[in-house]
Design a protein around this ligand. Structure first.
Ligand code: ADP
Ligand code: MG
Length: 229
């Protein structure tokens, strides 16, 4: 069980006059139980890169293998890949859409065919895993605080029970305490056997938590290795 990215490159609007290279020649891997951080300044290609891992974008060069399935447009494995790889977007507003928190979190398991009686169990579990009270179940997700919105967005991905969880700058915009608290919550997921891919521009944080770190700079991989390396 692993994610393998081999010499991956992506160009937006390839073959048109608007072609823009997001990154090139990126290789890394994520194994079961790992915590891999992807670090880089704004514009270095992090968000574009992680969208390849759950088949929202497809390689324009190189390849991505998820649990040995090659990710390409039209592959019959895409549904399974999207179920196993949960992506929490950089901005919760890109993701939240339901009328209330209950429906937001129930959407993924329902979409993946979990039976109705098990869905409520999943909702309760996911909400609890992100440290939110069940008092919020009927609240409108978009009316919550910044920190609560992020937690709901994470719960709505966790509820599908992914094997890999990608968090794109999950603490951005939160104050120091909010960010520390959320990060503690996220660290606990590893104990449940979920491999985490954490996109951040905080190298210090990455050094203290990761099994491996990928550093991007201007769309190029400058470091791939363990924190010690
Ligand atoms: P990061 O997440 O590290 O800030 P992004 O992946 O968002 O980096 O962006 C990488 C590069 O791709 C940037 O140069 C950005 O301007 C460009 N880019 C991002 N999204 C698009 C898009 N939809 N169309 C064209 N270029 C884009
Ligand atoms: Mg980004």
């Amino acid at each position: 069980m692993s994610i393998r990215v081999e010499r991956l490159g992506y160009t937006y609007n390839k073959g048109t006059s608007l072609a823009a290279n997001a990154f090139e020649d990126i290789s890394f891997s994520v194994d079961h139980g790992e915590w891999v951080s992807i670090v880089g300044h704004t514009g270095s290609g992090k968000s574009t890169l992680v969208q390849h891992l759950n088949a929202l974008l497809f390689a324009t060069s190189g390849k991505v293998l998820i649990d040995d399935f090659l990710i390409c447009e039209g592959s019959k494995h895409l549904r399974e890949v999207r179920k196993n790889v949960g992506l929490v977007f950089q901005y919760p507003e890109q993701q939240l859409f339901a009328e209330n928190v209950r429906e937001e979190i129930a959407f993924a398991p329902r979409n993946w065919g979990v039976s109705e009686d098990k869905i409520q169990e999943r909702v309760t579990w996911a909400l609890d895993s992100v440290g939110l009270s069940s008092d919020l179940l009927d609240a409108n997700p978009l009316e919550l605080s910044g920190g609560q919105k992020r937690r709901v967005a994470i719960a709505s991905v966790l509820s599908a029970r992914p094997r890999y969880l990608i968090l794109d700058e999950p603490t951005a915009g939160l104050d120091a305490k909010g960010s520390r608290d959320l990060f503690q919550t996220l660290c606990a997921f590893q104990d449940q056997g979920i491999a985490t891919i954490h996109v951040t521009h905080d190298l210090e944080l990455a050094l203290s938590t990761s099994t491996k770190i990928l550093v991007l700079d201007g769309g190029k991989s400058v470091v791939w290795g363990t924190p010690e390396e």
